[in-house]
Design a protein around this ligand. Structure first.
Ligand SMILES: [Ca+2]
Length: 286
């Protein structure tokens, strides 16, 4: 289309063909005369496709871990290479862990907390959900946050030199930050490698399904009441996650296109596009 030889209404000399024919040709060109600005045009229709991913397993390292000991209620052990659980007639010892999950490539199918056992026990500890109100360098037995949700319990023991695995699927349904505490009712304590250890470190292993990517789930707790009402969520054909450009042309009938999204060219030969005619007639918008 850029090599058209005829001269349009603003070209030199007389039109080689009747005006009606020229207008018809011009309209064909003008229907293409609305163009996206810069790189948006190259991306349109590509990133708008739904994002999909293959099934797989994604592993996350702990961002904080620490044991707390009833026998030393004011002591912090966050830098220790050893995590531990103990209980019953022994002084209580519990282990706190935090994981940040992001970049999931599919819907969560299963989530497992795994810790490497540096000793063994005949009674496997139990995992609970806890709050985010602790820090690795500040948590103690006295200030530790309470357990909030009990996670599935599995029987049996843990052998030294193996992974102690805990099903935390009910707590990990999407991306976010997750806090757990391990505890036991047994006096047969269990030592585990912390994230400071040279042994294998705590992991959160997430099995994801193939399919459309999930939007992140906000995990932060609001600290104040919003002062403005939330706006209505976007709707219509353009309300699709991941779309960087869309126009559903839902303006008033006969109105020009949204100037924030479109450049309207008129006249001839704009930006080396060749000798063509472009008009800004609304009828050109199809
Ligand atoms: Ca630690």
């Amino acid at each position: 289309m850029h090599r058209r030889r005829h001269r349009g209404e603003h070209g030199r000399g007389r039109p080689a063909r009747p005006i009606d024919e020229m207008n018809s040709k011009a309209d064909l060109n003008c229907s293409r005369g609305l163009r996206l600005a810069a790189s948006v045009a190259a991306l349109c229709g590509v990133l708008a496709m739904p994002a999909t991913a293959a099934a797989g397993t994604q592993t996350f390292s702990a961002t904080a871990d620490a044991r707390v000991e009833q026998a030393y209620p004011s002591s912090n052990h966050g830098r220790s290479s050893t995590l531990r659980v103990d209980g019953a007639t022994d002084p209580g010892v519990e282990t706190y862990l935090r994981f940040s999950v992001s970049g999931l490539t599919g819907a969560v199918q299963r989530a497992r907390l795994r810790l490497y056992a540096t000793s063994g026990t005949v009674v496997k500890p139990v995992a609970f959900v806890t709050s985010a109100g602790w820090t690795e360098g500040g948590i103690t037995w006295s200030n530790r946050p309470a357990r909030t949700v009990a996670l599935p319990v599995s029987t049996g023991g843990v052998a030294q030199g193996t992974w102690a695995e805990f099903d935390v699927t009910p707590a990990v349904s999407s991306e976010g930050t997750f806090n757990f505490v391990l505890a036991t009712t047994s006096k047969d304590g269990l030592n585990l490698a912390s994230r400071e250890s040279s042994s294998p470190r705590p992991q959160l292993v997430v099995d994801v399904a193939a399919g459309t990517l999930l939007a992140p789930t906000a995990t932060a707790t609001p600290t104040s009441t919003p002062t403005t009402a939330p706006t209505s969520p976007p709707s219509g054909p353009c309300a699709v996650a991941g779309v960087i450009f869309c126009d559903d042309f839902n303006g008033v009938a006969g109105s020009p296109p949204d100037p924030a999204k479109w450049e309207v060219y008129s006249g001839s030969n704009p930006s080396h596009w060749g000798v063509e005619c472009f008009t800004n007639q609304p009828r050109n918008i199809q």
